[in-house]
Design a binder for this molecule. Structure first.
Ligand SMILES: [Zn+2]
Ligand SMILES: [Zn+2]
Length: 332
């Protein structure tokens, strides 16, 4: 089969990805093999290609927003039937036994398996996955529009919980890419007032189109103090900016897996009065199930840009340079 691999880590314009021929993977015990229809392109894939996050094995295939149909069941796999449409997400496995798993915080597992980081992902014709970590997908969404839900959607949903905005409260969203534009739709459906602060004309136009209450540049002050904010842009310099925009008792959640260094904070104006800053680390399967149910109920539809699989490297480059708004999806 054909698969993209991280050949060497380098800036995306130096073509760190290479397309290779590789034997089809065989599903092990409890695994399913998925014939991939399409795969969403996440900023994490870019961090892997560029080396911000080191790939966990040489020749790794990125991609963790995988939509396809099961074509082979491994020994003992019984949760799905051959032919069923499924989604393979970022969280590909946990040990189930560490102190975090035992207390229901499997997102913090000491021995996690991440799709497209620890094991081969979805920029390929097929992949294998542990059936216990695979999702059924909302029937109303086609493959292309379901793919971005699997990381951008789920992680954004967890970030929204971590931002702890009360019902009807005021949410700030810093950066407006694949994850943010899905999260904004959830927040608006839940009755929050949503203020989007982002660079890029296209991103601001998309935010306005989706019904944001206000739209400004990344460093602007929102029109009202925020109960909670989510930083989606991988830009540490926006942390003090977002902290200053919080109301007393407000919370900033940092959604990304990678962030540039955070400048020093001024205690009086950026942290005192019980402002909080929190990170977001992966997700639990429960987050995923809750989010997918909400996405189906609210009719959440990501804005997508389609690329053929042979142009996956161009999709990553276009993401790096902000050449599209919404989420890119590569298709077989
Ligand atoms: Zn664990
Ligand atoms: Zn991701």
């Amino acid at each position: 089969m054909r698969a993209w691999v991280v050949d060497h880590t380098a800036p995306v314009d130096e073509h760190p990805l290479r397309r290779v021929d590789r034997a089809e993977p065989e599903p092990g015990a409890g695994q399913v093999r998925v014939r991939i229809s399409c795969c969403g392109v996440c900023r994490t894939d870019l961090h892997l290609a560029e080396g911000d996050l080191p790939p966990k094995q040489p020749g790794l295939t990125p991609g963790h927003e995988i939509v396809g149909r099961i074509d082979t069941l491994g020994a003992g796999a019984s949760r799905f039937a051959v032919g069923e449409r499924v989604g393979v997400p970022w969280l590909g496995g946990t040990d189930g036994s560490c102190r975090y798993c035992r207390r229901g915080a499997e997102n913090l597992c000491l021995a996690p398996v991440f799709t497209g980081w620890d094991v081969h992902g979805g920029y390929a014709d097929a992949c294998v996955a542990d059936e216990a970590y695979v999702y059924r997908l909302p029937e109303k969404l086609d493959d292309e529009h379901a793919a971005p839900l699997l990381c951008a959607g789920i992680i954004g949903y967890r970030a929204l919980q971590r931002a702890a905005v009360p019902p009807g409260g005021r949410l700030g969203i810093y950066g407006f890419g694949g994850s943010a534009h899905i999260t904004a739709q959830i927040a608006l459906h839940q009755g929050m007032r949503v203020h989007v602060l982002t660079r890029g004309e296209g991103n601001r136009a998309l935010a306005a189109e989706l019904g944001a209450d206000s739209v400004g540049d990344a460093a602007d002050t929102p029109p009202e103090p925020l109960d909670g904010a989510i930083l989606f842009a991988p830009a540490g310099e926006l942390v003090p900016v977002a902290m200053r925009a919080l109301d007393r008792g407000g919370t900033l959640a940092i959604a990304g897996i990678w962030l540039s260094d955070i400048p020093s904070l001024r205690y009086a104006s950026e942290l005192f009065e019980e402002r909080q800053v929190r990170s977001v680390t992966a997700n639990t399967r429960r987050d995923g199930e809750e989010f997918l149910a909400l996405a189906a109920r609210f009719g959440i539809t990501p804005t997508t840009v389609a690329y053929p699989m042979e142009r996956a490297d161009d999709a990553l480059a276009d993401l790096a340079h902000g050449r599209f708004s919404g989420a890119a999806v590569v298709h077989n």
